[in-house]
Structure formats: C-alpha cells, structure tokens
Design a protein. Structure first.
Length: 279
C-alpha cells in the first residue's frame, strides 16, 4: 500500500507540474538549477580584464559570444516553460526575467516586456540587456518575440540592438543600458518601438536611438535617429499619432530639453525642440 500511495502521489505531482495554472503561479521564481546556471554564465561575462593583459582579453573575447548565447537560450526556455498566455502580465514578465538575470531593482539593465495583439496573432515581446564587462562595457542587447500558442509562448524572432562598431580590445562606441518603449499602434500589422542605449566613447557619452518594428515574424530596424548628446538616460514618451518625444536633462543649465519626433516612411524625423523647466 505504501508503494501504491507513493506512486499515486508521484503521478499527481507530475500532472500538477504540467498544469498551466500551477506554472503561472510559480513563474516569478526561476528554478534553482536554472538560476545557478545563469549566475555562473553571467559571472564569466562580468569579470573585468586588465587593458594590458592581452591573454585574458583574448580568453574573454573567445567565450563572450558563446556564453551570451547560452544566457539567451536560458531566457527563451524560461519564458516558454514558465509563462502562461492569458495568465501573466507585462510587469510579472519583467520582474521574473530581471530576477533570472540578477538585475538589481531600478537598475539601468531592466528588462522591457510588451503583450502585443497583431493581425498575425498574440505575442510577447521583450527587450533584454545583459551587462558584459570584459575588456570594457559592452552589453548584449536583444529583442525577442514569442507567439501565444495557447498553453505556452514559443519564440518566433530575435534581433540584436544595432551595435555599429568593430568588436575587439579597446573598441570605442560600445552600447549599454538598453531601454525599450512601445509606440502607439498605427495598425494591427506591426508593433513599433523605440530603443535607447548609452554609447560609451572615451570620456564622453551619447544616447543612441533606434526605431524598429515587429510584424509577427521578424524584427526590422527602420532607422536610427541622430545621436543625442551628453545627458542622463532620456525618457521616451509615445504620442497618440505614433510619434514620440524624448525628454533629457541639459548638461549645463539644468533645464529639460524636449525633442519631438514624427514617424515617416523614411524613419523618424525631429520636428520640434523646446526647453522646459525641471519640476
């Protein structure tokens, strides 16, 4: 009888573990084995190397991309196995992936997440920033999309946030601190978004701004707006007409500079700029 009860209990547990309702309840906490694997991988990417230590730089560059790919694979598996369509929201997704990636609260590496309804179906779109130190700040920034398959999400597309530079020791212009903002929908065919990231160039920083869209199958980079010069991380605010404004702090007088952009077939165009007193 004891053996029969144990078998029945085991069967009940296995069935419950496949229940989407149970998975939804536990989605906020990565399984210990996955959390440990991700922590070990991140440690390899976040170990700084000396500028003058060529062998250690070479070792880091050798493992950087394969280890990054493993971290992203863990993120994909986590989303597919843990989040249940219709039973989770954007804030839960962001918080859970931030925990998986060991991002601190209010960190500049915070995950972005959007539940999107398109003519091609329902999707979860995320923006993931994986800090990498190695031979200098050089974050891995990826946009990833998952289709609602009813009982789970399945990845359908991925795209790297553009890094228009040459990789290697001492590179300039590396990007970090990805922030993604969804824009107001102009049709049910595409999800439009704007991404910003800090560009590190020696002792000066600028803000790289990219516009893109997801059509249910692929991500497309529409264009890049002119670089935004020294400021703290800007705030992007979507407008009802599909455009957006960028709010940033001026470097000298402390006023806030607001830039308005319109979306056109050629990409974003800055149509107005004005100053506002900081409240």
């Amino acid at each position: 009888m004891n053996g029969a009860r144990r078998a029945a209990a085991c069967l009940a547990f296995c069935l419950l573990s496949r229940d989407p309702r149970l998975r939804a309840q536990t989605a906020a906490t990565p399984a210990p084995d996955r959390a440990e694997r991700v922590a070990a991988l991140l440690d390899q990417l976040r170990q700084p190397t000396s500028t003058f230590d060529r062998p250690s730089i070479a070792r880091y560059l050798h493992i950087r991309d394969p280890v990054t790919a493993q971290v992203l694979a863990e993120v994909d598996a986590f989303v597919t196995e843990q989040f249940v369509p219709g039973k989770t929201d954007e804030e839960q997704v962001k918080a859970a992936i931030d925990r998986l990636l060991h991002n601190r609260p209010r960190s500049t590496e915070a995950t972005s997440a959007f539940l999107v309804n398109l003519s091609a179906g329902r999707f979860l779109v995320i923006g993931v920033d994986i800090p990498r130190i190695g031979d200098g700040p050089d974050d891995a920034m990826w946009l990833r999309a998952y289709r609602d398959e009813g009982s789970q999400f399945a990845r359908v597309a991925a795209a790297e946030f553009a890094q228009d530079r040459e990789p290697g020791p001492g590179n300039q212009g590396a990007l970090m601190s990805l922030q993604v903002t969804g824009l107001a929908p102009v049709s049910t065919n595409d999800f439009w978004f704007v991404g910003t990231a800090r560009r590190i160039q020696g002792d000066r920083n600028t803000i790289a701004l990219r516009i893109g869209r997801f059509d249910g199958e692929t991500f497309t980079a529409v264009s890049a707006a002119p670089e935004i010069f020294p400021s703290m991380s800007p705030t992007v605010r979507p407008l009802a007409d599909g455009g957006f404004t960028v709010h940033r702090r001026a470097s000298r007088d402390g006023k806030q500079i607001v830039e308005r952009y319109a979306l056109t077939t050629q990409g974003p165009i800055r149509v107005d700029t004005w100053d506002e007193a900081v409240r």
